[in-house]
Every structure is written in C-alpha cells, then in structure tokens.
Write a protein that binds this ligand. Structure first.
Ligand SMILES: [Zn+2]
Length: 303
C-alpha cells in the first residue's frame, strides 16, 4: 500500500519572550486526519485545520483580558461589526489548464456562507475587493512559511481594516488555517485566513465543500479556540456554554459524549471538526468572546 507522505512546512508562530517567532512544523502523514474528494473524484487524505494553538501563558493572558473587557461592558448591547473582506484567489496554470481559478461570484458565495453562519453574533461580512493571481509556487506551497510570507506580503490589503482571505491548494490536503487576533499587531500581514480552494461552496472537497472551513477559520481569526481545546479539563476552550469535549469529532456523531458532566459534545459547533453539513452554530459566549477580542486586538476592523 502506498503511503502518502509529504513534507509541507506549516508555519507555526510561538511567543518567545513576548516576540512572535516563525517556526516550521514538518507535517507528516501522521497529522492527516480526514479524507475529502478531489476535483477528479479521487479520495484524498488531508488535515482539517492547521491553526496553531496559543500556548498556556498566552491562553491565560487572553482569557483574563477578555474577562476584564466583558465585565466592564456587562449589560451593554453587542455592537454590530461589518467586516470588509479582501479576497485573494491564487491559482495555477499547468499544461494550459487552470486550477483553483475561482470567480468573484464564487468568492461572494463564501461571503454569503459567512453571513449565514455569523448571523446573531454581531459580525457580518462584505466583499470589499477581489483579486486573482496566477502563481504556481504560491498555489501549491502556500502552507510553507516562506511562500506564505511572500504571498501575503504581495497580496494583503490593509490587514488592520480588512479580513484578508486567500485561496490556494496547500500541500497535504490541508483545509485551512488562521492566526489569533492576540498573536500579532492588527496591521500584521500574517493575519487573515488561508483556505483550500475546493472547500468553498460548490467546490469538490466533500464533505468539506459547503464553505464552513471558511466559517471555522474566521472563528479562529476572531479569537475562538477549538471546542475540544484542553479536553475535559477546565477551562477547556474558555467558552462557558460549549460542553467539554475530549477530542475532535469527525463526521456527525450525534449523541457523542466524551467528558463526564456538561452534556453531549458540541458536535454542531462551527469550531469542532465535523462535516460542513453537521456544523451550524456559534454559542452566545462564543459571540461575546469574539466581540471582546475584536475590540481588544482588532480595534480598527470595521471602523
Ligand atoms: Zn481550527
């Protein structure tokens, strides 16, 4: 049996002495945790999400700052934030055939999915700009820190005021990743989300082709952790109204309950790893904590 191995380097950014330092994680087949369909109908192994967790110290600092912000605002209505999206399609042309050459209307379909998913959270999105770039190297190696840097430095539009979304074909079948708002200054070009082009609504990557990779990665961009972060131990994902969950859920395992107490696992939550058709909710504490992190760490966004 042929074993799929790849050595795509995924950029990991860890805080060392308060400064963000880029590190490369050599991703191997052992990280691959999903299967999805390619454009030619084959099943490909892949990786659900490569957003790097905050470390324990960062996690504690963000939780304290968010708690403080929420306490100071208790009773006030959540303000609406309209987020302009700068959408960047990166595609490849090989032997005369274009791959990943998404249209502006396909980008708009992704924005529509975001708006449906974030309805009720206070956040909404609109397509502020759209560009399309043919670059075979960025298309296939966007998950290597060097190519990610080049691509974002060339394409990013005013990251303090815009959510930059990039589509490409990351190595190893990676669906997407983002960076937490607390990880960099709001104007950093690293911010934004990178998505597998075929994960957009109507793409080939079933069961991850309804656009909820975008929903999930924008959740990280606004500061949310995975629902299974921290497993069964408190404070878990720092969200009061998502029951603790021992590990990622895949497919749509209704009734799954991996931690004692708290109720069934939050498998319908956008921040779990279930199929796009399964996930359909953010909780009110997730909405509050996204609002707090946008105010604390992305104060220019939507203003
Ligand atoms: Zn994730």
């Amino acid at each position: 049996m042929k074993k799929t191995l790849f050595t795509g380097a995924i950029a990991l950014f860890l805080l060392a002495g308060g400064a963000a330092v880029a590190q490369d994680l050599q991703v191997t087949a052992t990280h691959q945790d999903i299967h999805f369909l390619t454009e030619d109908g084959n099943l490909q192994r892949g990786v659900r999400c490569a957003t790097a967790d905050l470390n324990v110290d960062q996690q504690a600092r963000v939780r304290a700052e968010v708690d403080g912000w929420l306490a100071s605002r208790s009773g006030e209505a959540v303000t609406a934030t309209q987020i302009p999206v700068a959408f960047h399609v990166v595609y490849q042309r090989k032997r005369g055939v274009n791959t990943g050459d998404l249209s502006q209307s396909e980008a708009q379909d992704q924005i529509d999915v975001l708006n449906a998913a974030y309805a009720g959270t206070g956040f909404s999105f609109y397509l502020a700009s759209f560009d399309s770039t043919r670059n075979n190297k960025w298309f296939t190696r966007c998950a290597s820190s060097g190519q990610e840097r080049r691509m974002k430095q060339a394409l990013a539009i005013d990251p303090a005021h815009n959510l930059n979304i990039y589509t490409c074909n990351p190595s190893g079948g990676l669906l997407g990743w983002a960076y937490f708002p607390s990880s960099y200054p709001e104007s950093s070009f690293w911010h934004g989300t990178v998505l597998l082009y075929s994960s957009l609504p109507g793409g080939s990557a079933a069961p991850y082709n309804l656009g909820d990779t975008g929903t999930h990665e924008v959740g990280h961009y606004l500061g949310l952790d995975h629902t299974f972060f921290g497993g069964c131990s408190s404070p878990g994902d720092s969200i009061a109204d998502t029951p603790p969950e021992a590990s990622p859920a895949y497919g749509c395992p209704v009734g799954r309950d991996t931690c004692s107490g708290g109720g069934p696992d939050p498998i319908f939550n956008f921040m779990d790893y279930t199929d796009d058709a399964c996930m359909d909710e953010f909780t009110s504490d997730q909405a509050a904590r996204m609002t707090a992190q946008a105010a604390l760490y992305r104060p220019s966004l939507g203003n």
